[in-house]
Structures are given as structure tokens and as C-alpha cells.
Write a protein that binds this ligand. Sequence first.
Ligand code: HEM
Length: 135
Amino acid sequence: MPDSTTAEAPTQSPFERIGGHAVLRAVTDRFYDLMDQDPAYAELRAMHAADLDPMRASLPAFLAGWAGGPRDWFEVNPGKCMMSMHSPFPIGQATATQWAEAMRRAIAETDVADREIADAMSDVLARMAKGMARD
Ligand code: HEM
């Protein structure tokens, strides 16, 4: 029986556990660097605008809210659904796999506060990306 005097430590959100904005920004910067520099992701890169800076700001803000942190991105984009937002792009198995792999590498190559939650996030993001493939 837990001792009634010791308060339960509040459970941390995945956002807090991974290390907050600084870590998500480091992950997504590595993600877009990989997309920009590694020819393995050329097809995925070609789908994006020449200037990736708007995405370097948007994706970490989206992931922060998605991971239980501040919901600024969702306040700025009320009702915006990731699946329908991506429907204009010709996403197939190949580009979805490139997205998932680049994200898995970016998370693996970034210094995170909690590797367990980081790996779990990799798995969920890979499933989301694969769910966007339409071929
Ligand atoms: C399946 C692979 C994916 C492909 C090929 C893809 C491609 C794209 C492209 C081409 C854009 C527009 C970027 C631009 O204008 O330069 C975009 C925007 C975006 N994508 Fe993806 N995406 C994929 C998966 C995902 C996933 C899994 C997430 C989230 C977990 C995501 C989050 C976003 C966000 C937040 C934006 C910007 C939306 C905005 O602020 O307007 N994408 N994506």
C-alpha cells in the first residue's frame, strides 16, 4: 500500500519526457538536413518547397502539441487534419518509407532525454507516414 504521505509524481507527457521544444527542434532540423543532403530521400525532397525553413518551424510545433506539449500549432491551424492536408501530395509507399526512415534516423541521431519514449515516437510516426501512402 503506497504511503499516503508521499504524493504520486505527476506523469510526464511524451513532450516533457523526450526533452521539450529544444529536442524536437533538433530532431526535425536533423530530419530536414537528411532530406536535403542524402540522395536516398531525393523523391521526398522533390515534393517539398525549395525553402524548408517554414517546415523547420512547423513540424516541431506540430509534434509538440501532438506529444502532449504546448498546442500553439493547433491553435494557429484549427481543425487541420494531417491526413487530408497531405492529400494533394502524390505520397506512395516509396516516399512514405523515405519519410519514416529519415525520421527514425533523425530521432536516433539526436541526443534525447528519454530513449524509450523517443523510439516509441519513431514507431508511431512511421505508422502515420505509412498510413498516408496511396499506392
Ligand atoms: C508520408 C510521408 C510524408 C510526406 C511525403 C510529406 C510531405 C509533405 C509536404 C510536401 C508538405 C508541404 C511542405 C512544403 O510546402 O514544403 C508537408 C507538410 C507538412 N507535413 Fe508532411 N509529409 C509526410 C508525412 C508527414 C507526417 C507523418 C507528419 C506528422 C507527423 C507530417 C507533418 C507535416 C506538417 C506539420 C506539415 C506543414 C503543415 C503546415 O504547417 O501547413 N508529414 N508534408
